[in-house]
Design a protein around this ligand. Sequence first.
Ligand code: SF4
Length: 337
Amino acid sequence: MRLPIIGLDLEEVSHLICSLHGASYNSRQLLTWLYRKKVRSIDEMTDLPKTLRLKLQEQHHTEILKPSHVASDKDGTKKLLFEHNELIYETALIPEEKRFTVCLSTQTGCRFGCRFCATGGMIFRGNLDAFHIIQQVYHGFLERDVTNIVFMGMGEPLDNLESVLKSIQILTAEWGFAFPSRKITVSTVGLQPALQKLIDQTKVNIAISLHSPFHEERKYLMPVENAHPIMEVLDSIQWRNWPRTRRLTFEYILLKDINDSYAHARTLAKLALRYRARVNLIQFNPVERHPELLSPSENRIVEFESWLRAKRVSVTLRKSRGQKIHAACGMLAAKIV
Ligand code: SF4
């Protein structure tokens, strides 16, 4: 069986090239073709010696997975479903006027069971490796130039830290995609010590899935609050030392009569100001296993946003994208529509 080269880092490719008796500089040449120029045909990597190209092709490949299903929404959002070695996962491609965002999955299912999230209701089948993650980015580039990459698909990225760190290195290194760190965001429920490692070893933006500023209520929405109380996590991340280019965001899905009151807005605003975080308000997309959870009315959503603005919080109201094809926030559950 031929092994994938996509998902390998410089060190691994250097070992590979060395084992095939290539020159050390051939590693960077190969990776420049593959990651920077997005050329996957080894034959077209013309500055590699012909003998090396032949040896590479015998034992390795540069293929990406063919999605087993593609769904497209009228708003332009696409959802790709991949099935490989028992792993099932999805990628959302989200076009906007000036942006094109790839939303990556890092696991099949998730172990954290957040109430508002369809992925949390799936059976956990395992972690994706760097090949599975990077090949999702490749699919984005097949459509058009990717401007933003978010780790917000299926799974909790920090529960698969090794693959996520490796993928970020491949994406940001000059021998890799050379994609700017400030255009990459990793969303997490807030797992320590993995979060600290992500902060120390990368420069990407951090989005904390907050969803309630109150401990008991967050426990109800997100069982992870029992083991990783968010206030302790926030106090531990030394955000004051962060460079100005790194952004902290609080993700906040609005739920009718649960977290959409003025008291919530006031406490959320205090937190956001204390941590200099931007608040990303997200419209709730219904999940089948919790029909009791509802989205507030449009009026209440706008009102909640205005309460935050009045406190001078930097706030964005994220439009729901890909809802019809179950590609919107919290809806990824390998459901074919
Ligand atoms: Fe898992 Fe994230 Fe969904 Fe929570 S919100 S269940 S951590 S994928």
